[in-house]
Design a protein around this ligand. Structure first.
Ligand code: DI6
Ligand code: FE
Length: 399
């Protein structure tokens, strides 16, 4: 059945602009968009089974959060308080804090408890217009616990009306039982990847390339294992130092390289040549009180596609609003509003290898968000409040 969505101001984002259409209409069929344009130009041949009036609201493509760590046990609020009271990172680690405390809490949590926490967080993101969500593992760090987290992500995609893409991030941190044996751990990560993939739990593979995490040589081994399984890769690269991670990722045709505060010119050139998307994560930059900014002007000049994501995680980015991340990308990193909005829609979809969403265009998925706004530039103007009236996913109203 074809459904007509009428009386909307559309921001289609097609052709590199806002693509504004006053008194616009969409015709959807099944889960897809069949026609987009001014209501006055609606072809008479369309057989409309149902009409939905949108009251002149702003309709934009559903938002895509292309980098989150949404599934974990516990939280790190006490650690954040210690940091704000002056404690250093080492002191916190000695007191049992840091990423390993999330790993213990995640291992100890039941699948249902993890699902409960992740569902609440997914609903918060959806209230800010999100219709597609990437979720990384990386707080289990054993075969069993990584599988548990990825199963939770898959269940979330079935039980909550948001589309979930899973990413296996076994190479996130070294678990305590592998202390001093990081190469052995990388072997295990590669080995587990085959088992997790065989269970249908993995859409992509990620790693954390950093002096405090895994070296480029170790990451290359993880990526070789992914390539052998035909899985796309992405990388946490150049967050705290320049490791040449972006070049490494590009050499494997990575979908994206993420963070990038310390990205070099050579990294930019390699990403450009490979078509690797630069995913900026201003929430982590903000929470860590970073001062070094990703080289946005150089990325722009090189024509590297730029996306923005929440990086939601309990340690460095506990935020749950993708429009706020886009706002911060403008304020801190000097993205233009149009770049930031593209960065949380079609460029973010591209960072997940998805080419069927992120724009309002015939043939693409009917995933859109309805906003109490006049112009899409307001999405990155207001902050602390996401005036999203509804999200529509696959042509069904979900909230
Ligand atoms: N980069 C980060 O900022 C987070 N993970 C990563 O690869 C930190 C995760 C945490 O502290 O729990
Ligand atoms: Fe991350």
């Amino acid at each position: 059945m074809q459904r007509l969505w009428r009386h909307a101001r559309l921001a289609t984002l097609v052709d590199g602009g806002w693509g504004l259409i006053e008194d616009g209409a969409l015709v959807t069929e099944g889960e897809h968009i069949r026609w987009v344009g001014p209501l006055a130009a609606l072809p008479a041949s369309m057989e409309i089974g149902e009409e939905i009036g949108l009251d002149g609201a702003l309709v934009m493509p559903g938002l895509v959060d292309c980098h989150t760590h949404l599934v974990y046990g516990g939280d790190r609020a006490a650690e954040a308080e210690m940091r704000l009271n002056g404690a250093g990172y080492e002191e916190i680690a000695r007191a049992g804090g840091g990423i390993r405390s999330t790993v213990s809490a995640t291992r100890a949590a039941s699948e249902d408890a993890l699902l409960h926490g992740a569902r609440r967080r997914a609903q918060a993101l959806m209230a800010g217009g999100v219709t597609t969500l990437e979720i990384k593992s990386g707080y289990g760090l054993s075969l069993e616990a990584e599988a548990k987290c990825l199963r939770v992500a898959r269940r979330l995609g079935r039980e909550v009306p948001v589309q979930v893409r899973t990413t296996y991030l076994g190479a996130h941190a070294l678990p305590p039982e592998f202390e001093g044996r990081s190469d052995d751990y990388v072997d295990a990560v590669c080995h587990w990847m085959r088992a997790l993939h065989a269970q249908g739990l993995v859409d992509a593979v990620d790693a954390f390339c950093e002096s405090i995490a895994f070296s480029p040589v170790q990451v290359a081994r993880v990526f070789e294992a992914a390539r052998a399984l035909d899985l796309p890769v992405k990388l946490h690269a150049e967050q705290l130092s320049d490791q040449g991670g972006a070049q490494l990722a590009a050499s494997f045709g990575a979908l994206s390289a993420d963070h990038l505060e310390y990205l070099s010119d050579a990294g930019i050139a390699a990403m450009r040549a490979a078509g690797t998307v630069a995913v900026l994560l201003p929430g982590a930059y903000y929470m860590l009180r970073e001062t070094r900014q990703p080289p946005v002007a150089a990325l722009r000049a090189a024509g590297v596609p730029i996306a923005v994501a929440s990086d939601h995680n309990p340690g460095t980015a506990p935020g749950l609003s993708l429009p706020l991340a886009a706002h911060m990308a403008c304020t801190f990193f000097r993205l233009t509003p149009l770049e930031a909005v593209a960065g949380i829609t079609h460029q973010a979809a591209r960072a997940l290898g998805l080419h069927d969403r992120g724009l309002l265009r015939a043939g693409l998925r009917a995933d859109f968000a309805v906003w109490e706004l006049n112009h899409p530039n307001e999405l990155v103007y207001w902050f602390g409040h996401d005036p999203c009236r509804a999200v529509v996913q696959g042509a069904e109203v979900r909230t």
